[in-house]
Design a protein around this ligand. Structure first.
Ligand SMILES: Nc1ncnc2c1ncn2[C@@H]1O[C@H](COP(=O)(O)OP(=O)(O)OP(=O)(O)O)[C@@H](O)[C@H]1O
Ligand SMILES: [Mg+2]
Length: 248
């Protein structure tokens, strides 16, 4: 069986800058794949290339057995691949419920059906109590949760989350991890970009590491945290001791 997402030789240039260089990896259905690397490594660029926000300069993207390379974002979304944004994109002057209904419109044109989908997902992500609140009245944690809810309302097979936990306090982060486990339990495959290793490592089945636009390592978390190249490029001594401490 082939993987749900297959990235092959993907490259992206911005003028003289190679933001992504010859990146290849697979994401199997049902997995959580963590994508890590220092600031500017090319993680968001890779998300943008995969999800159709701009076309890659080279290489290919296959999703659910189809070559989706260069497809526009809305077509990728309809194929079942949704993503969230590093900088949240909540519609400020719409209610939380309407924000989610916008996502559901990717699946149905009928308002009643879109409402049903939205209400079900607001219950799943624990935002029901804010359904009537306006987008601009939410805290950052609530906005991030709303983005995830809206992405889920498109009923994706693959959800790509770009720093869904940045700026959250420890309690909010724990709640976000709980939400990721719930999403995975609904058979949604997840690709996760996150700088908080204590969050990313325990939940990831596989980790892909980027540095200066290229993949420098790939493997299960336990291998990645001990990989000298990854430690040199990103982890330093900083995360390893804490991870080992939580493992025991
Ligand atoms: N639209 C763009 N035009 C020109 N350069 C860009 C564009 N988007 C990203 N870049 C550059 O590509 C490189 C990779 O950026 P990218 O945002 O993908 O990194 P990242 O790994 O997501 O970093 P961070 O962890 O800070 O979010 C950076 O040098 C960035 O300045
Ligand atoms: Mg980024």
């Amino acid at each position: 069986m082939s993987a749900l997402l297959e990235i092959h030789g993907l490259g992206k240039r911005f003028g003289g800058l190679a933001a992504n260089r010859n990146i290849s990896f697979d994401v199997n259905e049902g997995e959580v794949v963590g994508l890590i690397g220092p600031n500017g490594a090319g993680k968001t660029t890779l998300f943008n290339c995969i999800s159709g926000f701009f076309p890659p300069s080279s290489g290919s993207v296959r999703f659910a057995g189809q070559d989706i390379t260069g497809w526009p974002a809305d077509r990728v979304l309809h194929a079942g691949l949704a993503r969230t944004f590093q900088v949240v994109r909540t519609f400020p002057d719409m209610s939380v419920r309407d924000n989610v209904i916008v996502g559901a419109f990717a699946r149905t044109r009928r308002l009643a059906e879109a409402r049903t989908i939205a209400d079900e997902l607001l219950a799943v992500t624990g935002l029901e109590y804010l359904a009537a609140a306006m987008g601009n009245s939410l805290t950052i944690a609530e906005k991030k949760r709303l983005e995830i809810t809206r992405a889920l309302a498109t009923q994706p097979r693959l959800l790509m989350l770009d720093e869904a936990m940045a700026g959250l306090n420890p309690l909010e982060r724990a709640q976000a991890v709980e939400l990721l486990r719930t999403i995975r339990g609904r058979n949604v495959t997840i690709v996760l970009v996150e700088h908080v290793m204590e969050v990313l490592m325990p939940i990831s089945d596989q980790v892909v590491v980027l540095d200066s636009g290229a993949k420098i390592a790939e493997g299960p978390p336990a291998t990645i945290v001990n990989d000298p190249a990854v430690i040199a490029a990103y982890l330093g001594g900083k995360y390893r001791p804490r991870l080992e401490a939580t493992d025991s």
